[in-house]
Design a protein around this ligand. Structure first.
Ligand SMILES: O=c1[nH]c(=O)c2[nH]c(=O)[nH]c2[nH]1
Length: 326
């Protein structure tokens, strides 16, 4: 089950031509930080977002790699390491790749790095790479009487981190992207009014009261795929959909919809995303319900006092596809 803290896209699956579907190995938590990477600029303005540019002055990513190939079998069966690429070597390769490629997205960095692995070691059949952004915000400081972004000083941020995963497979002399998912993790949004939850099954197990109006606090991970994986995973970003625009669509729909449940909300967000971006194939969610527990109304009658919700938390998973738009 995915969690809000896990790396995107588990690097598993049957990719080898052997009949050993689980044979793969690699390294996780390879951190790459690059200063002065290429900026990502917006391709299409949408009404829900004023996002213009991801400057990438400090680009950080937490990478996971896995290699597949029949050539690795003898490492297991014979203790013969002659084909073994040490996982420490993989780590070095990824870190150095961070400075060799002109990428502006995690997706582009991962896809090009995967191709680099296939070029460097001819017995590798497939490379899976997953990466989750390590986000830094430019810190506003006083400069000549005005508050402006520092440009050289940053503070880390734990939420709203773009992520991607790609699998690149050798196909003769060529390389083929066989899987690509783009996403954003840990979008945390709370709406203090304008959400309800009622009409659910009432039986001898039901304790939850119906709510005509509740606060709704969700942690959501959103992932999307492209009709053509090259649009999302190449260094040319002219058809790329920035995670910031997806995040802003989610917030706008949450704001404007009188949602009947989290299920109702995520479906509407998915429809809007697919409407705005025809190059996308589908949008998937994993939500976590962190709705605050109500303690009491305030004495002045204007507000309410809440406290943290207690375990366990509910979750929802759903994929909206182009068929849902019809
Ligand atoms: O939006 C919600 N969906 C549910 O399925 C659910 N179940 C629950 O207890 N609270 C909620 N809220």
């Amino acid at each position: 089950m995915p969690s809000t803290s896990s790396l995107h896209g588990q690097v598993t699956g049957n990719a080898s031509s052997t009949d050993r579907p689980t044979m793969h190995y690699g390294k996780k938590d390879v951190f790459v930080y690059r200063t002065y990477a290429k900026p990502l600029t917006v391709n299409k303005q949408i009404p829900e977002s004023n996002f213009q540019e991801r400057k990438n002055t400090l680009f950080g990513v937490d990478v996971q790699v896995a290699l597949h190939g029949e050539g690795f079998l003898k490492n297991y069966t014979d203790g013969d390491n002659s084909t073994c690429v040490a996982t420490d070597t993989m780590r070095n390769f990824i870190e150095l790749s961070g400075g060799k490629i002109e990428y502006s997205t995690i997706d582009g960095f991962l896809a090009e790095t995967a191709k680099g692995f296939l070029k460097q070691w001819p017995h590798i059949e497939q490379v899976d790479l997953a990466g989750q952004s390590v986000e830094f915000d430019d810190v506003p400081v006083e400069k000549n009487g005005k508050i402006e972004n520092s440009g050289i000083m940053f503070r880390p941020r734990k939420t709203e981190r773009p992520r991607a995963s790609v699998s690149v497979r050798r196909n003769g002399d060529d390389f083929e992207i066989v899987n690509h998912i783009s996403g954003i993790t840990d979008v945390h949004l709370m709406k203090i009014t304008g959400s309800s939850f009622k009409g659910f099954i009432q039986d001898e197990y039901t304790k939850l009261p119906e709510k005509e109006d509740r606060n709704l606090f969700i942690y959501v991970d959103i992932d999307w795929t492209y009709n053509n994986p090259e649009d999302g995973a190449s260094l040319d970003t002219s058809n790329y959909v920035p995670a910031e625009q997806i995040r802003d669509i989610a917030a706008t729909i949450f704001h404007e919809l009188n949602d009947q449940s989290i299920q109702h909300l995520v479906y509407q967000i998915g429809l809007r995303i697919l409407e705005r971006f025809p190059q996308l194939k589908d949008v998937s969610y994993y939500t976590n319900n962190r709705t605050l527990s109500e303690v009491a109304p305030t004495d002045d009658g204007k507000g309410k006092v809440y406290t943290e919700p207690t375990l366990p938390y509910g979750f929802q998973a759903f994929t909206v596809t182009r068929d849902d738009l019809k």
